[in-house]
Ligand binder design. Structure first.
Ligand code: AVJ
Length: 326
């Protein structure tokens, strides 16, 4: 871990080495079902495209979650309590966080954790200027790997982990349980978790949210190939892959694919990968939950769902979770 000064904030840097991406990408492409880890969507362009996705009419998630937050933020802040250290894994642009910060009583520190360093530092710097009484302590890390929450100068009453945006949905249940368990440990025995989760719903609504008319999600999906070309010496022909989003009803998840148009051979870091016509790379899974499913998942991670808030259509859920055995 490196500690450095970036803009107005001190950065705790656990950024994985560059070859970590190479290893994960190559091993994903070597599998029978070729896959790419979705965390690598978020280079600078990918992060900007994701911000654009959040504004799309079809992408109801961000808007709906924000609506739930706006309506119930006072309740949430009351449950979270005063003098908090708020940790946010996968903080991105920290858009929803401000609403929460504005309602918390005397929050002590905000710890945004993100893999995209430039995006993280900019967001942290902005918040640091906006909230002079708050200690903003950005951590650059893959939040699924080990990192420590930097100690704020003032001691906090408790630690809460804010995990909005249905980021949890990117993890299949076998990975979601250890991840939630990790967050429970970050929060500690007296801590809490505020979690945003997308709920199961009509297939067409879901598929449109991941295959918008303007093609922003398609550009977001294809951008991972461009990143591989640039950073891992790849030669993907972006005109020969097509974006596809399908709802897998059995698994309860949206799958994003990159479909090969024709048979072709692609080289990445000196290795060759053959594609036949119509073969696809699985680039992202986005799990959708039922309330019961979410409750059981949380229980398996030692967390009990104490309270939850929904929008009128029941599209999205924000849940307040506490360690089962404090
Ligand atoms: C950032 C994981 C919540 O799954 O909805 C948006 C990512 N992918 N459109 C999601 C995403 C395609 C997003 N999460």
């Amino acid at each position: 871990m490196r500690i450095s000064q970036a803009l107005s904030v001190t950065l705790h840097d656990y950024h994985p080495p560059r070859d970590a991406m190479g290893e994960e990408v190559l091993s994903g492409l070597q599998q029978r079902q070729k896959t790419l880890p979705c965390k690598y969507f978020y280079d600078e362009r990918g992060s900007a495209l994701f911000d654009a996705i959040c504004e799309l009419p079809e992408y109801y998630l961000t808007r709906t979650e924000l609506g739930i937050m706006e309506t119930h933020v006072a309740d949430m802040a009351a449950m979270l309590g005063p003098q908090l250290t708020l940790v946010e894994p996968g903080s991105g642009s920290s858009l929803k966080t401000r609403l929460l910060l504005d309602h918390l009583r005397e929050p002590v520190a905000y710890v945004p954790v993100d893999i995209s360093r430039a995006h993280l530092v900019n967001a942290a710097d902005r918040l640091n200027r906006l909230y002079p009484d708050l200690e903003v302590l950005p951590v650059c890390a893959d939040f699924n790997q080990a990192f420590e929450v930097p100690a704020p100068r003032r001691t906090a009453e408790r630690t809460a982990v804010y995990f909005p945006g249905s980021t949890l949905g990117n993890f299949p249940p076998v990975e979601a349980v250890p991840l939630l368990d990790h967050m429970r440990r970050l929060a500690g025995p007296g801590g809490a978790l505020l979690l945003g989760a997308d709920l199961r719903k009509d297939r067409d609504v879901l598929q449109r949210a991941y295959d918008d008319a303007a093609g922003v999600t398609a550009a977001f999906n294809l951008n991972i190939l461009e990143r591989i070309n640039r950073e891992l010496d790849g030669d993907f022909d972006l005109g020969r892959f097509r974006h596809r989003a399908v709802y897998n009803e059995t698994e309860g998840c949206i799958e994003m694919h990159l479909v090969s148009l024709g048979s072709q051979i692609v080289r990445v870091s000196g290795e060759s990968f053959g594609f036949h016509d119509g073969e696809h790379i699985l680039s992202e899974r986005s799990y959708k939950y039922s309330l019961e499913g979410l409750t059981t998942l949380a229980l398996r991670a030692g967390l009990s769902l104490e309270q939850h808030w929904l929008d009128d259509r029941g599209y999205f859920c924000v849940a307040y979770l506490k360690p089962k055995h404090p």
